[in-house]
Ligand binder design. Structure first.
Ligand code: ARG
Length: 554
């Protein structure tokens, strides 16, 4: 609307108007938009008051109902009916593609997300990475990019030598089969406890990893088993979240692809020896990046370097995102700098997308010894709570289980995405499942409520708009902002813009719903049904962009 009105104003203004000059008055009696004329005074050699009066006089256009001069401002009252009619027709026509744009021009963006470590529980941090990364991918697609979601599984490194050693000493095949991750985690913890007393264990662990790296059949078979059992457990979580990946190439995939990178570093004169290890020296105030330990073992950074180069070769990305917690910022700065030193100009297109912690009562929800928060349990608790709420409020609902899944999982996703991702977030199941306040169920309910009305009336594309009341106008103004919000969210790689928008639209809809008798007023019925149908479309699309379902009945 702002853009359209701006175009109209340009036709009548003696000098160009910048879009940023158009203000939205706080009070509706001052109009929908206001143009301050003070900046024009110097050039026009007239007082702002006179300029405003002349401009208000001159304006004459079907989109503008009234232009009123007031103390140096032109207050503009737009033609609500005209704007509403046009917008509703647009949304009707474009349906779920309303708000899409082609800013990305088909360019590929790789998104490194989720990336849990095998033989360890799927942590709250991995949950954040999964839902934030997934939503960013959906947003980028909506902005015309092609995305590749890469689950860079943590399945390599010296810790697997320790795990193999621990399993051989104390493990039981049956236990691993029954509860793989829990058992393997227990073995890993025991290894560390016993290694405190017996240092020779560490040596055995290192040797075991060396054997694994060199392709020892027995070690490899065990490792493969641990990995597939872990992935099976992770898959249950991804199924609940409804999230899929385009690639599962993790750290182990790069085991035989690091040597060329190490050689390239050496050939370009970047490798320096330091206490027997090989490092790349970085810019001032950054410690060197460790490439090879003194025993020849490669590191996390070595694998990320070869993965980054491999991704560039495979996908020729325009941008490469890494959705990983704040605490790894340092690591990604190092990797980027090394790639830059190798002469890759695309190093600049690598971007770490950091996020904060999930807190429980102000403390980190962690996977520390003895206090493991099993994510699958958390998700199932949310679903069970949603189911309980349904039993209380709407026991005759069909498909209760599917709906409880959508609400329970949606509540967790929404509570994560509604805040700026860099912030730490407090985790409280009861709060996030409430149907009031800024919650997932609140937005989902608004959407279901819209569908309930639509079920009672015929949706139609032919309608006339002769009057738009304040409740309706609030919805229209919000619907109209969707395309800009989509751009902003993608530009900042931040789904919270969409989550906040969804709450705004749900609020506008709910106050309309609570104040306007839709079905009993035949005069405005077709237009209001069109308005409700467009609201449902946009709410559902906003939820989809967050990775959430929008049940039509709740
Ligand atoms: N597996 C790692 C962890 O759990 C996260 C991997 C992030 N991605 C990457 N390319 N380094 O901490």
């Amino acid at each position: 609307m702002k853009k359209d009105i701006l175009q109209v104003l340009q036709q009548f203004s003696p000098i160009p108007i910048q879009e940023s000059m158009l203000e939205r008055p706080v009070h509706t009696h001052l109009g929908d938009l206001a143009l301050p004329c003070f900046p024009f005074a110097k050039e026009l050699r007239k007082s702002p008051v006179v300029i405003a009066e002349e401009l208000a006089q001159a304006i004459n256009h079907p989109l503008i109902l009234k232009a009123q001069a007031m103390g140096g401002y032109v207050n503009i009252f737009v033609n609500r009916s005209e704007i509403t009619r046009f917008l509703l027709q647009t949304i009707h026509k474009q349906s779920t593609s309303y708000g899409s744009n082609n800013d990305g021009n088909g360019g590929v963006v790789t998104i490194d997300l989720s990336s849990p470590n095998i033989a360890k529980p799927f942590s709250m941090g991995h949950l954040r990475s999964t839902v934030i990364g997934n939503s960013i991918a959906l947003l980028l697609e909506k902005n015309g990019f092609n995305t590749v979601k890469i689950n860079y599984i943590g399945d390599w490194g010296t810790q697997f030598g320790k795990l193999l050693t621990a399993y051989r000493k104390w493990g039981s095949e049956q236990e691993v089969q029954q509860a793989p991750i829990q058992t393997l985690l227990g073995l890993y913890i025991r290894f560390h406890e016993e290694a405190e007393l017996d240092d020779s264990l560490n040596e055995q662990g290192r040797a075991a990893f060396k054997a694994l790296e060199d392709g020892d059949t027995e070690a490899l078979a065990l490792w493969k088993w641990f990995k597939s059992a872990s992935l099976k457990e992770f898959q249950r979580i991804y199924d609940l979240l409804g999230i899929t990946f385009d690639s599962y190439n993790g750290e182990a995939y790069y085991n035989d692809k690091m040597e060329p990178v190490v050689n390239e570093l050496a050939n370009k004169g970047l490798l320096v020896e330091s206490d027997g290890a090989l490092v790349v020296e970085l810019d001032e105030d950054m410690p060197p990046c460790l490439i090879k330990k003194s025993d020849g073992a490669t590191l996390y950074a070595t694998r990320d370097l070869s993965a980054a180069i491999d991704r560039k070769t495979t996908y020729n990305f325009v941008k490469s995102l890494y959705v990983v917690g704040n605490e790894q910022s340092f690591h990604f700065t190092q990797v980027k700098q090394v790639l830059g030193k190798l002469g890759y100009d695309w190093a600049d297109t690598i971007e770490h997308i950091p996020f904060g912690l999930i807190l429980k009562d102000g403390k980190k929800m962690s996977t520390r010894k003895g206090k493991i928060v099993l994510l699958e349990e958390v998700l199932n608790d949310a679903i069970a709570l949603a189911q309980k709420n349904i039993e209380e409020k709407n026991p005759n609902l069909l498909n209760k289980e599917a709906i409880a899944l959508a609400i329970g999982v949606g509540a967790i996703i929404f509570s994560d995405l509604k805040q700026h991702r860099k912030h730490d977030i407090e985790f409280n199941l009861a709060t996030m499942l409430q149907t009031e306040g800024e919650t997932g169920p609140y937005v989902q309910y608004a959407c279901a409520r819209a569908h309930a009305v639509l079920r009672k009336a015929d949706d139609t594309t032919t309608f006339t708009v002769d009057e738009v009341n304040d409740f309706e106008w609030e919805i229209v103004k919000t619907l109209e902002q969707f395309p800009q919000v989509i751009k902003r969210a993608a530009d900042h790689a931040d789904p919270s813009f969409i989550a906040k928008y969804a709450v705004d639209l749900a609020q506008a809809f709910n106050s309309f719903y609570g104040n306007v008798q839709v079905l009993s007023d035949a005069n405005h019925l077709t237009y209001r049904i069109a308005l409700i149908s467009c609201t449902a479309t946009v709410l559902k699309e906003a939820l989809r962009l967050l990775g959430m379902a929008a049940p039509e009945e709740m």
